[in-house]
Design a protein around this ligand. Structure first.
Ligand code: NIG
Ligand code: FE
Length: 417
């Protein structure tokens, strides 16, 4: 079965030659074909180009059935890749939201047993079934908004059994939904209550028990550590990333959200796939990232929701670095997985151009979760994950109309969902 989409007003993020990521000044460039067609064969992109070059014979090669969709006035873009989420969780945390409005800081809430520890208490009590069902509903919501790939972290279990429970839920989600899912072990998200004052012993538990157990069941692609002031130190992080590496778990870490924590440097030392948050980035951090294989990833939803300082994105791009944007969907710091709103925040709060936020939420975020060879752009042979907009003027309208979905149809693996 083939699907042919015709009369596309703008086919966006097309690549003749697939790239691994987009850096510096190139982030403001975007491959766009006006008045285009897109041909899908089963779950892959077979061809695309200008309508005037559409070859009817080639379309029917190898098939009798071609479903045609007229996209007049509409844009087609690759589905978002959301490279940083905590989508498996039990219960929402709007009480803390109110505490924050009243003036309590993130750290104060964490010290009162709130924050991550609040979610840990709930996840320990929740069944695998409950966790699966609530996360499944969240995935359906983000897919309807145009997300086709998502990285999901554990990190609300904070004991071996509960961390494994979360990771098994993530595995089942990847088997039972059309989204492409990568799984990250985040045992080092916070020190659980029973280890209060014994952080090093908790780190030992992660190294000696959790990492081997996660690897034995092959439950994770990556390992994460919250390396920041008040959470895990550079030394802790170094030990855990080193242990993870021995089990084939590449690093993808939370760094420099609360301070110049050294997280970026230790991440780069271990060739992390990404370092995420990055509110505190200076010349030293930029120098460490230059020439590395690590994707600087900014989470505009969390900075917006927590009213944090903004990461110096322009400075990083001007220094020639690539930048990815992700949602950080979680119950505490970013209860939304709306990547289009993330693009709007990128434009308004970080002074990124529409071209830059599209690159940051597609090809660069695909790299940040290790799927850039199959997703993140419209390229021949890549997976057919894309969405069709409602009739709009052009790409600028997407981040501009920040409160309207503008999604008419979403295709994952070549099938409309
Ligand atoms: O990415 N910064 C660390 N962890 C999460 C917050 C999780 C929570 O508050 O539940 C984040 O923002
Ligand atoms: Fe996070």
């Amino acid at each position: 079965m083939k699907t042919l989409i015709i009369n596309i007003k703008q086919l966006v993020q097309v690549e003749e030659e697939p790239r691994k990521w987009v850096t510096g000044a190139d982030m403001a460039k975007l491959g766009i074909i006006d008045d285009a067609y897109l041909l899908i064969n089963e779950d892959k992109i077979e061809a695309f180009g200008k309508m005037s070059e559409l070859n009817q014979d080639a379309i029917y090669e190898g098939t009798d059935t071609v479903k045609e969709i007229d996209a007049k006035g509409r844009l087609v873009l690759p589905a978002y890749c959301d490279s940083h989420t905590h989508i498996v969780y039990a219960g929402s945390r709007e009480i803390e939201y109110i505490d924050k409005i009243k003036g309590l800081s993130y750290e104060e809430i964490a010290q009162r047993g709130g924050g991550i520890l609040n979610s840990a208490e709930r996840i320990r009590k929740a069944s695998e079934e409950e966790l699966f069902d609530s996360a499944y509903a969240r995935l359906q919501e983000i897919a309807s908004l145009g997300t086709g790939a998502v990285e999901i972290k554990s990190g609300y279990g904070l004991d071996t059994a509960s961390e494994l429970k979360m990771l098994r839920v993530i595995k089942r989600l990847s088997e039972e939904t059309p989204l492409t899912i990568k799984s990250t072990f985040l045992g080092a998200h916070a020190v659980p209550v029973e280890y209060k004052g014994r952080q090093t012993e908790y780190v030992d538990l992660i190294i000696n028990e959790m990492i081997p157990a996660v690897a034995a069941e092959d439950l994770a692609d990556y390992i994460d550590v919250f390396c920041d002031k008040g959470f895990f130190t550079v030394e802790d992080t170094d030990r855990m990333l080193n242990a993870g590496m021995k089990y084939g778990l590449r690093a993808k870490i939370h760094a420099n959200e609360l301070d110049y924590s050294g997280g970026i440097q230790v991440g780069v030392k271990y060739n992390a796939l990404s370092v995420d948050h990055l509110e505190y980035v200076g010349d030293e951090e930029i120098a460490a990232l230059k020439g590395s294989e690590t994707m600087p990833t900014v989470l505009p939803g969390a900075a917006f929701f927590l009213n944090m300082p903004y990461s110096p994105v322009r400075k990083m791009i001007n220094a020639g670095l690539p930048v990815a944007l992700a949602s950080d969907f979680n119950p505490g710091s970013s209860p939304s997985g709306n990547m289009k709103f993330v693009m709007s925040l990128g434009c308004v709060n970080y002074k990124m151009l529409p071209e830059e936020v599209i690159n940051a939420t597609t090809i660069n975020s695909a790299y940040a979760m290790g799927v850039e060879e199959e997703l993140g752009s419209i390229a021949v042979g890549k997976k057919a994950n894309f969405y069709i907009t409602t009739p709009i003027t052009g790409i600028e309208y997407l981040p501009y109309a920040y409160g309207t979905d503008l999604v008419e149809a979403v295709f994952l693996n070549g099938e409309q969902i």
